[in-house]
Design a protein around this ligand. Structure first.
Ligand code: BGC
Length: 255
């Protein structure tokens, strides 16, 4: 087991990739706090599944986009399971709109959930690690769209591009404290964020043609990589983005 007796906080751990990571971390011996915004039933299910593995699991309600509430959110997580060793900034949201139609409201939401939340939650986590003289690991669930344009999702690309540079910057700033910072960049993963796509063969089939491995990814595909980055096997890895995309990002060929 890679994460024996570690404690992890996973935002958006009630569903999709976050849920997969929470379960995998527990299988690797970690206790976990998952946060959820609105799906308490999903969160309760995830907690039960983890408890059945013999690990401690607690779900806390919280919206990472509300930065003023993050100090209490983080304190609640610590109170629930004890000092956190691993933070997974997973919660994410995307809003589809042609650039010419995009609204300030959607922009604010997408940037707040995907970038501002991780920024300030990482700050709280890092401050606590530094003051208690402990190292730790920050893992951001980014996207292939930290590199790859995604027409009609400009705000999402802006947020994920920002998350790429946040990772690189924090990796350097926090290295002296024994804190590593890495991104995972999933490609097309079967999760609620792309439910529309999954239900529409006219959209799904052209996407599958662009994936060299020929299938969508699963939350478990991402979770295994998160477990690696969270473990001591990755102690010398920082500032990296690990692509988990079936080859999607760099797939180019000519007829
Ligand atoms: C997005 C999905 C998209 C996938 C591949 C993810 O970051 O959330 O909507 O299908 O990237 O483009």
């Amino acid at each position: 087991m890679k994460l024996q007796n570690k404690r992890a906080l996973i935002t958006g751990g009630d569903q999709g990739i976050g849920r997969g990571i929470a379960i995998r971390f527990a299988e690797e011996g970690a206790d976990v706090v998952i946060s959820y915004r609105s799906h308490q039933d999903n969160a309760d299910e995830t907690v039960k599944e983890i408890q059945a593995l013999g690990r401690k699991a607690v779900a806390i309600q919280g919206d990472v986009s509300v930065t003023s509430a993050l100090p209490k959110f983080f304190a609640d997580a610590v109170a629930a399971i004890g000092p956190i060793d691993i933070l997974v900034n997973n919660a994410g949201v995307e809003k589809r709109a042609e650039f010419l139609q995009a609204t300030a409201e959607d922009y604010d939401l997408v940037l707040a959930v995907n970038l501002k939340g991780p920024f300030f939650l990482s700050q709280l986590f890092a401050r606590e690690l530094v003051s208690s003289k402990r190292g730790g690991k920050i893992i951001n669930i980014s996207s292939v769209h930290e590199e790859l344009p995604f027409p009609n999702f400009a705000s999402y690309c802006a947020a994920k591009g920002g998350l790429k540079m946040l990772c690189r910057d924090l990796a350097i700033e926090l290295a002296p404290y024994g804190i590593t910072v890495n991104n995972i960049a999933p490609g097309a993963i079967k999760t609620p964020i792309n439910a529309n796509l999954l239900d529409d063969p006219a959209k799904l089939n052209p996407l599958l043609e662009h994936i060299p491995l020929g299938r969508m990814g699963s939350p478990e595909d991402v979770a295994g990589c998160a477990a690696f980055l969270a473990s001591s096997d990755a102690d010398y890895v920082t500032g990296a983005t690990l692509l988990v995309d079936g080859g999607l990002l760099f797939n180019y060929h000519e007829q």
